[in-house]
Ligand binder design. Structure first.
Ligand code: ZN
Length: 435
């Protein structure tokens, strides 16, 4: 399939930031064949032509940390302290069937496609059905099964083995990959982290783990582990010898940041989730100064309550300025990098996704610029962070396949997903008035 996206404003990486230039993009198969700037000839035959006049053509966003199956937890356990929130969610979560998780994952994916995400990193309880949902939708995904308990615990081994079987089932997919996902320092003992490290080397897999998300976690680990921080606790096991994405790192110390930099650990910040759960703000400008690769995630809908990366970019551009009382600390262009190029780096896919360039995979979104948010076009990069809300996305393309066109999702029946998820929430007693 050859697709021409013509006459758009193309958001191209330039120097340390981005520049919008008028032009067209030729997609051949799953890759960007050519980026044609205005004035140059576009030649050849096309199966599909997308007119992008008055539209912005930019790399699809990379959601570096979420739990897609948690879509039905939005607006369910709000305004609770972190561990109260976790327990309330877990109670319902345990009652969800595999089929439930398939539909609820598709619901998150629908929201992601609608708001311009083309790739997500997931931590879930049922990697089989999440991979089925991702494959159905056409999204690019890195799927991890939350791993807990000591390495010799039968439950830990069952989860790991099922996860590895699910990974085997998907080796034919060039979009759905698997990532090892020990849950967190307070639920994944060091024996498990060592087993994960070993497995990662054997299977050539990356890892992702929650770390330093809350003060309670930091205090708990320090009390049990001789005053260590969660980062030190994980580092000791050698887990960071695998390419790793740490989620949250709200309470990272200066020494933690040194370890993260030295071991090349990428940090997925989740500002909305951190604010909602009252956990505070990651020391982002310190991480950037130290040269840590910072990317961006929504976290699950239970703690956000959306999968909308534009909202996340908006928060990321604002909250650290407020927290650090420094208006310059994280600028708009930096935040767009978090959601694109830095996400690609974190996933070892630099040059492949997160950018519009010749030879890269065609993960592209198209935004309508004829909306109040983008008028006047003083600075498109600023507008993405400070003015846009995600509803401007009209077309979403992954791996050269159009998943949404003119705001209609083409790869699955969205109404069916809404119906199923409403039924699930009703059955689990989640929605409406107090039962
Ligand atoms: Zn999470």
């Amino acid at each position: 399939m050859r697709i021409l996206i013509k006459n758009g404003e193309l958001l191209l990486a330039e120097g340390e930031g981005f520049k919008a230039k008028r032009g067209s993009v030729v997609i051949g198969g799953k890759r960007i064949e050519k980026v044609v700037l205005d004035g140059e000839e576009v030649s050849g035959e096309f199966d599909k032509i997308i007119d992008a006049a008055n539209k912005l053509v930019m790399p699809g966003l990379i959601n570096a940390h979420t739990h897609a199956y948690m879509s039905i937890f939005k607006n369910f356990a709000d305004d609770l302290e972190f561990f109260d929130w976790l327990h309330k969610v877990e109670e319902v979560e345990d009652k969800m069937s595999a089929e439930d998780c398939y539909w609820t994952s598709l619901l998150s994916i629908a929201e992601m496609i609608r708001t311009g995400t083309t790739c997500f990193v997931d931590m879930c309880m049922r990697s089989k059905v999440v991979s089925e949902a991702a494959r159905k939708s056409g999204m690019r995904a890195f799927i991890g099964r939350g791993l807990v308990k000591e390495a010799d615990d039968p439950e830990a081994l069952r989860r790991l083995n099922e996860f590895l079987e699910d990974a085997e089932m998907n080796t034919d997919s060039d979009r759905v990959k698997f990532i090892l996902a020990p849950h967190a320092p307070y639920s994944s003992p060091q024996s498990l982290l060592r087993l994960v490290r070993e497995t990662g080397f054997k299977r050539n897999m990356m890892a992702t783990i929650h770390m330093s998300e809350s003060q309670a976690e930091v205090e708990g680990i320090a009390a049990e582990q001789d005053g260590k921080t969660p980062v030190e606790f994980v580092a000791e096991t050698g887990l960071f010898d695998l390419p790793t994405i740490g989620a949250h790192l709200v309470k990272a110390t200066d020494k933690d940041i040194e370890i993260l930099k030295e071991k090349g650990v990428s940090v997925a910040i989740n500002p909305r989730s951190n604010m909602k759960l009252g956990n505070g703000f990651a020391p982002v400008s310190k991480m950037l100064e130290a040269g840590v690769n910072v990317c961006l995630g929504t976290d699950g809908s239970g703690s956000n309550n959306t999968q909308n990366m534009f909202q996340e970019m908006n928060f990321a551009s604002l909250v650290y300025k407020g927290d650090e009382k420094k208006a310059k600390c994280v600028d708009a262009s930096e935040v767009v990098k978090f959601a694109t190029i830095n996400g690609a780096k974190a996933l070892q896919m630099e040059g492949e996704i997160g950018e519009i360039s010749e030879g890269a995979l065609a993960d592209i979104i198209v935004l309508d610029l004829e909306v109040p948010e983008f008028v006047p076009r003083n600075d498109l990069v600023s507008a993405l962070c400070y003015s846009a809300n995600g509803s401007e996305v009209v077309t979403t393309i992954v791996n050269g396949e159009v998943l949404m066109e003119d705001k209609k999702i083409l790869t699955f029946n969205e109404s069916e997903v809404f119906e199923k998820c409403t039924e699930i929430a009703e059955r689990l007693g989640m929605n409406g008035l107090e039962k």
